[in-house]
Design a protein around this ligand. Structure first.
Ligand code: PLP
Length: 391
């Protein structure tokens, strides 16, 4: 889900080597040509209204910067996240992570001031309801939370949840939480570390709903993972606050020129190779084919996704939706059926990420229909193994 441009893209390799010859490193206290160029180029693709960038070297750091910006700008400290989420591995970002990776840092991790809102997860709705009759309760509950909480700086969401299930929200969800956060004077942070850069068939997942957050973070596909770059982008209004106030944050490798030059080239390559369109078109094909597999395999409870970003959620029993394994199983290190299945996929030459009860299908955006068919054939065989464990 980060090697969007595939391996051995010559333009990417050349841009790294050119930048190494030109200027490999400069103190982040200075600006440099490539830093200005990359900011200009990013402005062409990020949602309109987001204008100023902070460059780090990972998605985790991009989110840490977002939290610090939100807290300093609002003078408040609470962050609302959601349970089905991953936001990074440092104390702050793991504290704001909803999934089991947070459990091992509690209670010593930086989890104070973090609250969790309900997920927009229709297959297993936390309120046991059905869309659209539900009125998108998962969004309106945020209004209820913000009415009862003081000192909330920001709400952070993955617009389309990644590792925790490729949860594509209902059509009105993000629009609603944008309205609710604005009304309560709370910043909205979109964590697009995984969902950006054409992955879902748009430059950014928020583009599907034309929602502009106050802060957007990204990493991975920004350089097609050729070099480690994390980006935090804010509105001009938030950025201007820091003209007169200290932004107490930074890294030696902040805005490292070697990480910036490939981002310039990556944007050109996404355009030259029509990768966003490819994700849209092949994504629709992938979705159709996965739904066919669902028809044939009782172990498939749900398939969902957008662009080249799909999940296949497995169940022991379709009626009860009982999963094969639980978060507790993973936390305790018990063997998971999913591990067997991803191993079987690997044996057939196809890498997919398994996460407790679902597989994440996120091929490089340079994938072809034939490549997809190869993966689907392996998946068809492997799901037959899962079917045998159904009850
Ligand atoms: C949504 C999301 N946020 C943050 C991160 C952390 O990014 P990194 O691993 O680059 O620190 C990830 C990593 O997978 C992610 O998927």
């Amino acid at each position: 889900m980060c090697s969007n441009l595939g391996h051995k893209n010559q333009a990417m390799i050349d841009s790294i080597s050119r930048q190494a010859q030109d200027l490999a490193f400069i103190s982040p206290a200075f600006t440099c040509k490539v830093r200005a160029e990359v900011a200009d180029k990013l402005l062409e693709v990020v949602p309109k209204g987001l204008e100023k960038f902070f460059f780090a070297t990972s998605g985790t750091e991009a989110n840490e910067a977002a939290f610090k910006i939100a807290r300093a700008y609002t003078g408040k400290y609470k962050i609302i996240s959601r349970y089905r989420s991953y936001h990074g591995s440092t104390a702050g970002t793991i504290g704001a992570t909803g999934d089991l990776r947070r459990w091992s840092v509690e209670p010593s991790g930086k989890t104070e001031g973090i609250l969790f809102a309900p997920d927009c997860y229709c297959y297993r709705c936390p309120f046991g309801q059905q869309y659209p009759a539900c009125g998108t309760t998962c969004a309106t509950y945020l209004d209820y939370m913000l009415t009862h909480e003081k000192n909330v700086a920001a709400v952070i969401v993955e617009p389309i949840v990644g590792t925790n299930g490729i949860l594509v929200p209902t059509d009105d969800y993000l629009v609603k939480i944008r309205e609710i956060t604005r009304r309560h004077g709370v910043l909205l942070i979109a964590d697009e570390v995984m969902s950006a850069w054409g992955r879902t068939g748009e430059w950014f997942a928020v583009d599907h709903w034309k929602v502009v957050p106050d802060i957007l973070t990204t990493a991975k596909g920004v350089t097609g993972a050729y070099v480690p770059l994390g980006v935090t982008v804010t509105t001009r209004e938030i950025a201007d606050y820091f003209e007169d106030h200290t932004f107490s944050h930074g890294h030696t490798y902040e805005a490292h020129p070697l990480t910036l030059a490939p981002a310039l080239t990556a944007i050109d390559e996404y355009r030259r190779l029509n990768l966003i369109e490819n994700a849209r078109e092949l994504g629709a094909h992938l979705g159709r084919r996965l739904n066919e597999l669902k028809e044939r395999h009782p172990s498939v409870g749900d398939v969902r996704g957008l662009g080249l970003f799909w999940a296949v959620e497995l169940v022991k029993n379709r009626g009860s939706k009982q999963p094969f394994n639980t978060m507790d199983d993973k936390f305790a290190g018990r063997p998971l059926i999913m591990d067997t299945l991803t191993k079987e996929m690997m044996d057939r030459g196809v890498y997919v990420m398994g996460w407790i009860s679902h597989m994440v299908l996120a091929p490089p955006l340079v994938v072809t229909k034939d490549d997809l068919e190869l993966g689907l054939k392996a998946l068809d065989e492997v799901l037959a193994i899962a079917d045998k464990h159904c009850s």
